[in-house]
Write a protein that binds this ligand. Structure first.
Ligand SMILES: Cc1ncc(COP(=O)(O)O)c(C=O)c1O
Length: 510
């Protein structure tokens, strides 16, 4: 029987004939993959080799612009009187090129920690984060985070909005001499559906919400924002809306007591397409139905509709970055098990969420050989010898790829959100797996400009670990001393002991 090809497999499983729009961020033309419809990944692999991290910032612009356009359609369709504000949850990717591209596309800002706000402050001073943008400060606030909020407000950012996670934070901010606008985070939303344990540690109980509102009302400050986040990567739209409905009611109840309240912020949770083929989510429909829910509920409580805010992390950045990895060797699986594709990378360093988040996967596509037979395989990171350095996780079904084996290049998609922030950029990674070369492609007017950062070099990693690399001017080959004939008449070779040296390589950032 003729074996199924990878193209046939894609046709059977996902209705993809082999050419054209493959996902909302990837197109295949003449057998090559184009990120964002424009950036030829096959060509990059030919020019720069693999492993290679590809960063394509125009995809961020596209994501933001699309969402604003869908929101506008939803506003028109519902005659929604409030505005829609897109905030970028910078924790998903703090890289300057990601944050600055999102800002240039018109996003508002969401922070989660002191350092995050320090970046916002610097962007504010440079005029890149303009005064009209809201800066929502979420998370539990340590003293340095509170101090950073105070400093930014005193520097003139009237839209910095601490979203209270605890009443202590209010105590620490009430005496600020400049008027502040506050938000409150509803604790009940965190794990209302029972699917997001860990999320219920954030925010205020109903009683605390009322107390916060009373105390702010008695101060020179204002309560303006109600925050309710139900989870992350929420792909079931009906569930998303049904779970948010109770929070919309919470907003309306508080609005009846607090006339300054004017923003309803549903936080993160809007899903990305980068994690599985066949993904679909009706973003426009979701916003439209959420606006309809707001109109209906606000009418029932006789309060005006709020401005609607979403804080988009994964949705903004997951798909602007792709890893190109190469199968270095194939190792046969145990009897009845798929073969191992040994990758020139570490899967656990590149994709930490595959280990941390139950069921987390990533879209993976071969760059070539779609006409070859498709086989089930498992990927293993060849740059560590860790039994956990495998993808997919052992209890998940194997990956389907062409049977080409060594030399096959695979595009690992959806890696632009959280993965690098969790693994860290620079520094020493597991088994000292070096970070791959990175190519950053961004738009300057109509032009695409490219910046190349070489692979992380060994010497800089060693320095971080406390080794002092010593220059080796002329590394000498190992020399054997002349044969010495011992008293027994048996020839012995003596090897001259030499100190351990580190070989200095071309520098790259650590
Ligand atoms: C308060 C808050 N807003 C937004 C986000 C971004 O979520 P997502 O990546 O699902 O868009 C997060 C993520 O943890 C968050 O904690």
């Amino acid at each position: 029987m003729k074996q199924q090809t990878y193209t046939n497999y894609m046709q059977d499983q996902f209705g993809f004939a082999g050419e054209g729009q493959l996902t909302d961020f990837m197109v295949r033309r003449e057998g090559e993959l184009f990120l964002g419809g424009h950036l030829n990944l096959n060509e990059l692999a030919r020019n720069y080799g693999a492993p290679l991290e590809v960063v394509y910032t125009p995809q961020i612009t596209a994501q933001v612009e699309r969402m604003y356009a869908w929101a506008e359609v939803a506003r028109q369709a519902n005659n929604y009187a409030g505005r829609f504000l897109y905030a970028y949850a910078t924790k998903a990717n703090f890289a300057a090129e990601a944050v600055q591209t999102a800002l240039a596309a018109g996003v508002h800002y969401e922070t989660s920690a002191a350092a995050d706000l320090t970046i916002a402050h610097s962007l504010f001073q440079q005029g890149l984060l303009t005064e009209d943008r809201l800066i929502c400060c979420n998370g539990s606030k340590e003293p340095n985070y509170l101090a950073a909020i105070r400093a930014l407000r005193l520097d003139g950012a009237a839209n910095v909005t601490p979203v209270l996670d605890d009443l202590d934070e209010l105590d620490a901010l009430l005496d600020l001499p400049a008027p502040l606008q506050f938000g409150v985070r509803e604790r009940a939303a965190g794990n209302r559906d029972g699917l997001h344990p860990g999320n219920d540690r954030f925010g205020l109980s109903d009683a605390e919400l009322r107390l916060a509102a009373e105390r702010i009302a008695a101060s020179p400050h204002q309560l303006v924002l109600y925050h309710a986040m139900i989870g992350s990567q929420v792909e079931d739209e009906a569930h998303f809306l049904a779970t948010l409905r109770a929070s919309v009611e919470g907003y309306c109840r508080l609005r009846r007591q607090v006339p300054s309240l004017r923003y309803f912020n549903f936080g993160g949770g809007v899903p990305t397409s980068g994690y599985r083929l066949g993904f679909s989510f009706d973003y426009a429909g979701f916003l439209s139905r959420l606006m309809a829910t707001l109109i209906e509920t606000c009418a029932a409580y006789d309060v005006p509709v709020p401005d609607l805010i979403g804080e988009f992390g994964r949705y903004t950045v997951a798909n602007h970055s792709v890893l190109l990895l190469e199968v270095g060797a194939v190792k046969h699986g145990q009897a009845g098990q798929p073969d191992w594709y040994l990758m020139n990378s570490s899967m656990m360093v590149s994709l930490p969420d595959a280990l941390l988040v139950e069921g987390q996967e990533f879209v993976m596509l071969p760059l070539s050989d779609w006409d070859r037979p498709v086989v089930p395989v498992r990927l293993a990171g060849r740059r560590t010898c860790d039994s956990d350095d495998v993808y997919p996780r052992p209890h998940r079904p194997p990956l389907m790829l062409p049977n080409s084996g060594a030399g096959l290049l695979v595009a690992v998609c959806g890696v632009g959100a959280y993965q690098q922030m969790i693994s860290g950029r620079g520094g020493a990674h597991h088994c000292l797996s070096p970070e791959p070369a990175r190519i950053i492609v961004s738009a300057q007017g109509e032009q695409l400009v490219t910046r190349y950062v070489p692979q992380q070099d060994q010497a800089s990693i060693m320095r971080l670990l406390g080794y002092q690399p010593r220059p080796v001017p002329n590394p000498r080959p190992l020399r054997l001393t002349p044969v010495v004939v011992g008293a027994s008449g048996v020839a012995r070779r003596r090897i001259q002991p030499r100190p351990l040296r580190l070989v200095r390589e071309a520098a790259s950032g650590d």
